[in-house]
Design a binder for this molecule. Sequence first.
Ligand code: ZN
Length: 449
Amino acid sequence: MSRPISIRDLEATLAIKDAGSWMHDLATQLYPICRSITGNGVRETLRRVDARVALSTIEVPSGTEVLDWTVPREWNVRDAYIKNANGEKLVDFQRSNLHLVSYSTPFKGRLSFEELRPHLFTIPDWPDWIPYRTSYYAENWGFCLSHNDLKRFAEDETYEVAVDTSLCDGSLTYGEVTVPGGTSDEVLVSCHLCHPSLCNDNLSGIALATLLAAYLKHRQTRLSYRFLFIPGTIGSVTWLHKNRDRLANIKYGLVITGVGDAGKLTYKRSRRGKTEIDRAVEHVLHHRATPSQVVDFSPYGYDERQYCSPGFNLPVGRISRTPHGEYPQYHTSADNLDFISAEALRGSLEAVLQVTEVLEKDCRYLNQAPFGEPQLGRRGLYGAVGGNATQPANQMALLWVLNLSDGEHSLLDIAERSGLSFPVVRDAAQALQEKGLLAEVSLGRGAGP
Ligand code: ZN
């Protein structure tokens, strides 16, 4: 067996001091870019990711029919502002890209406050924060501002409004990285990159997926990995449409998003609920020292909605920390670089690596001495596991693995049934195999039920 996939191995392999800081630094670099579901901000983001993990950038022309959807026109921004009668910019896109409603159509003109007001969005409950709003599929324009800034507007004044945007035929852009493994069985890792200056919601997932891809490219893996950096909804719909012939290879999948806040790790099960990926993540979270939660599938959320639509029904779950919409900073300017931490990002990555290790190493063995218990002491196995003779878990693991290695039970089955963690069971199997007491019967278990 190769060395375990772990955060320490990642840091050593990539020669980085702290994976958490690495991810936070990448988020910091991507933060100022104005992203949307299409446009140059997506391309610029993909260029930064490409510099760290070579990816393919795919352009899909506007108007392309994808499943029940159509790839929209491409949106780009040059500038946007609202000036008062003194020429003072009360709202300025150059100060924060959240100020402009995403997909705002071009507009230039002078408006009374009454005419302007329906185009202004604030959060009265959080008067310092700028909300994040989009208008992808209804042609309109608008500005988002803090509620405090709204108080600077006067009802009897007129305002100069400039929305210098373009909405034209172009393309939808997404990025894809593949890491070929020993088998064609694939792990799909998907994150969205369609939000402007928002950190937990989009940048945390991009940063984690980028570092994971960079690491796995340096490892020999049993499974193949496919990383998608896509605009939410329309991106996964487009990818699914273009890759229908590949979907049978996807045995496991994770949507990664919202992994940088201080909340506990949350796993949302796939629609099928009991597939290998569901069991692997639940097992890993259960054995971590920090609190976590598992929630059932629901047809709302991020791109798991598309992967788990009934026609595809892929084994794809979602990993995040506090679920979207359950923290007040969600979709506001307060989802900034201070809201995510290197420590939280590192913990999330560590959990994902532990899941990867389960997927990579899970297999079935056959006990080569199944009649009675083989004498372990004679073979130096009592006390040989993990170099720590006094851990009863290690000794129990030897007995569990021997007992359940009948060719039917995988290491994850044994870990679940014994209550022991996967690494303890894996190490026991390795020790038994080295002594000739176990023989591997299959490379993997496939997709499960
Ligand atoms: Zn969002």
